[in-house]
Design a protein around this ligand. Sequence first.
Ligand code: S3P
Length: 426
Amino acid sequence: MLTVSRIKNIQGRIAVPGDKSISHRALMLLAISEGRGRIKGFLRGADCLSTAACLRQLGVGFEERGNELIIDGRGLWGLEEPRGVLDVGNSGTTLRLLSGILAGQAFTSVITGDHSIQKRPMDRVAVPLRKMGAAIAGKDGRDLAPLVIQGRGLLGIDYTLPVASAQVKSAILLAGLYAEGETVVREVKPARNHTELMLACLGADIKTEGGKIGLKSSKLQACDIAVPGDLSSAAFFIAPAAAIKGSHLVVEGVGLNPTRTGLIDVLRRMGAAIELENVTERGGELRGDIVVRGRRLHGTVVEGEMVPRLIDEIPILAVAASQAEGITTVRGAEELRVKESDRISALAQELVRLGIDIQELPDGLQIKGPCSLRGAEVQSFGDHRMAMALAAAGLFSPEPVKVQGSECISVSFPGFAQLLAKIVKY
Ligand code: S3P
């Protein structure tokens, strides 16, 4: 259990662990590349360690040297048939992205994960991968994990994504590496593009034009990958610092890919003072230092194309909105219902306990601020981002906020509580 209560403000200069999305992709793509690759800044969180464990079962070797992870790529066709069931733990990214690779193999795999994973929709990857020629069977005839994936010779498809999902887009592109002919993915609302950028760096024949991504089967050549800090982790410090007067926080070396920076744009729209410094680019990915100074915020509306740009930050945005003057509305975010928990109902249920004026909408939330928070015992629903958002809400409560089930934070942010303790001032 993690206990947090009111602070004076946030002060400090810190770095956060590596980006989860980029760490997963670096592991998987280097595993199927030719030659040796190094990952610097790899996130040693439970989700990415699940990806590493699954790849190990597929015959991939890793070596840790200092803070570098070294991978000997097996090439597109060098993976081995796994002996047992592949277990992704809590990681939807592992299950969905790896499904794309497994669909192209000449063997059958069974892949599953924890209780939460077994409830999450997998039809979104099974349907397009079947169109490409893979045979995929879910539990009880439904597209839920465990999935049995029978690899086959695949054919490229032209597919318009029905949901803005980088996991689905990536699964199709990874399968496309094994497919005959061109694979085209069209997105209506842009989702994070780390897979496309990394594939291009590894030499894949990939082109992006507007919302259309085209990929032709191609070998990948290993290279070194530097993972920036995870903005989705930094968000749990940035949003409270932006909302508490007198705060001054610098988070160094954070990923600033524009498909991920919606939180910064929305907080600025709410009146936040946030500057970006020392911005550089590597492998198509931007990174830089984020400088936040606390101020009184005001409410805003979040909808449309903004939603995928901050989908993982909505829990912490809801907490910041509770301190803003006026109403904040989030719409078009029904995807939140199928994350590690149903984040719309979980947020509405738990934040109300803390005295936040929050209303559940079918596709989002409405928060009326500023609210005076009170202490309570709240639950994470086994969801790392819920646990961290609730802990951050505690920073505004005069009495302790006790977050039950906070162990799940290690999924994406090992060391969260220690880093938080370093920057809070009483
Ligand atoms: C992720 C994509 C998003 C995000 C998740 C990580 C990724 O999910 O919520 O935390 O690494 O591709 P969806 O693809 O389901 O939107």
